[in-house]
Write a protein that binds this ligand. Sequence first.
Ligand code: BF8
Length: 656
Amino acid sequence: MKYFYSSINALAPGKEDVKNMTPNPATKELIGYLEEQGVETIFDRFEAQQPQCGFGLRGSCCRMCQWGPCRISPKSQLGICGRDMETIVIANLLRALASGMAAHGRHAHEVIMAVIAASDRKADIELKGKKRIMELAKKLKINAKDRTFQEVAKDVANVLLEDLGRLTDEPMRMLEAYAPLERKNAWKKLGILPRSASYETMESLHMTTLGGCSDWNALAIQELRSALAYCYGTLFAASLSTEILYDVPKPKTTIVNYGILKENHVNILIHGHSPVMAEKIIEKIITPEVQQLLKDHGAKGIVIGGLCCTGTELLARYGIPAVTNIMGQELVLGTGAVDAVIVDMQCVIPGMKIVADCFGTEVITTCNSNRIPGAVHIPFDPERLDTLNGDAMLVVKKAIEAFARRDHSKMYIPKHVTSAMVGWSIEGILKKFGGKYKLLRLLKNDTITGIATIVGCNTPKVSYESNHVNIATGLIKEGVLLTTTGCCSHALLNAGLCAPEFSQFASHGLREICEDLGIPPVFAVGSCVDNIRSLRLFIEIAGAAKSSLKEMPFMFVGPEPGNEKSVGQGATFLCHGISNLIGFPAPLPVILPEQKDQSGQLRWMGADKNPIIDFFNDSGLNEKVGAKVYTRTDPEIAVKTIMAHLRQKRKALGWT
Ligand code: BF8
C-alpha cells in the first residue's frame, strides 16, 4: 500500500513496497525476519503514523510559542500573533538548520578538545595528522617554525574553537582561509558573513521566537549566513580536527554489509558520530588482555561493524566493515547476532533499544548528551580525556561479557557481503587522477560529464535506500563521477557502487577511466562532516578551471533527506553556488510538479507559485548565490533533471 500526500502531490511507500523496492537483499530478508518474530520496526511505526499532517508537510505549522500550534490555511491565513505563512515556513527551516548546526557543533567541540588534550599530553592520543596540522598552520598564518607539532596543533585547535564560539563581529578565520575569493566577495555583498557557529545558532533561535523577526526575507538571509557558520565553524572543524588526530584516510579495499557478522565471534557495532571513543576501542581490541578475554569467553574472535557516521569514520581509516545506516540500525540488531552496540552521539533512534531488548543485545552509551534508558552508561568527558583509556577498556569488557548471554536460537545473519574501495580523501582522489588539472581535462572533454556529491540520510517517505541507489546508478550511466558520505554512502557501499567493478555500468568515458585507474565510480569520502572533502574537491577543480563554483557542472544530491542536519548540508553547497536536488520535499509550500502515480503514469500538477518557491528557484537564491533547489521524488526524473542542469552548465562554459 502506498500513501498519497495530496498536499504536496507525493507518494510514500508502505512496508510491502519497501520490501519490494529496497535494493539490498539483506534488508529484505531482515524486514521479513523481524516481521516473523513479531518485532516492530520503523517501517511499522511509519504506517501507524499515516496519514501525516499536511500542514507539517508544507512547513506551515507554527509551534514556536505556546499560543499555538497555528496552522495556515485559506480560512486562517495568519497565525494568532499575525505571522504569515512565509515567515512560518522559513522560520521552521532556519530552526532546523540551527539544530543541525548545534549537533555538528557539539561533535566538532569534542574532537577539537581532543586535539587540545593530546597537544597538552593530557590524553593518551598521538597526533597522527602532521601533514594536516602544517597545512592548517600555513592557511591560518600560524607560526610553525621551530615549534613542536603539539604546539602548532594547539594553536590551530584554538582557532577552530574560536570559530565555533566567537560572539563578537570578527571574521571567521576558517572561512577567510578556505573559501574562494569570488564567494567571499559575493557573501560580503549579500551581508551574510557569519561570526561563529554558536553565535548564528543563538541568533537564528532569537530571530524566530515569538515577537521576533517577521520579515521572511531577513530570515532567509539568516539561513544563508547560518549555513556558512555551519560549514566553516562545524564541518571544517570536525573533519579537519579528526584528520589532525587520526590522520588523513588512505584508499583501501574491504567488505561491508550485514553478512560481516560472524556466528562464533563477539559481534560489536559502533554507532554515532564522534570517533574519539571509537578510536580508543579499536586500540583496545588488539591488546593481549582483550584477546585473552575473548578466549576465556569461548569466542573465536571479535568482529567490529560500523553504523552511521562513526561507522564511516572507521571504514575510511581502517577498512573496518560498515554495516548499515540510520534506518538499518534496528534491522542489524534483528540478526540476534550482535552482542553489544556502543553508541556515542546523534542518529541513535530509540527504536534501536527496543529491538536490542528483544534480542538481548547490550546497549552501551558513552556520551552524556545521548542517554538511553536501560543502557549501560560509561561516559567520558571530552574536556577530561585522562579517563579515556580506562573507559574504553571497560566498554570493550562489557561488550565481550555480553557474548555469553547471546541466545543463539534467535540468530539470523543474512549471507550478503559486498566489496568496496574506501578511504578517499581529497588528496587521495586527486592523486589517483594525476592532479586537479588532469581531472579537469577529463571533465572538459566530456569523459566525465559532471561531478555530483550524493549524500544524506534515509527517510521512510521513500522506499528505503532505493532513491540513493537508483539515482546514483542513473548518474553513473550518464558519466557523472560521484562522491558520497553518511547514510547514503552505506546504501551505495552495500549495493556495490563503491567497488571498482561497478564501473562496468558507467557510460563509456567514465567506465574507461575507472578501469584504467582501478577506481570505483563512487568515492566514499567519509562521514557527514566530511562533506567538506567534496566541497574542497569542487573548489580545487573550479580553481584549476579559473571559473567560479556556480559556473561548474557540479551538483549536490540529497535523495532521502531526514535529519535536521541535512538542511545545513544542502544550504552549505547552495551558498557556494552548487544547486541541490532533493529526493523528497523539505517542509515547504510546494506541490511537486511531476510525480509518477501508483500505476507509473507521470502526473503533472503544475508547479506552485508562491514567494517561497520563487525564492528557492530563479528569483531568489539563484540571483543571490547562483544556485537553486530542485525537488524530484522519482529517481528517473531526478537523473534527467540533474543531467539537464549539468549540461546547461557545460554548455555555458563551452564544454559541450
Ligand atoms: O551525520 S546522514 S541520518 S548518520 S545526519 Fe544521521 Fe543523516 Fe545518517 Fe551521520 Ni548525517
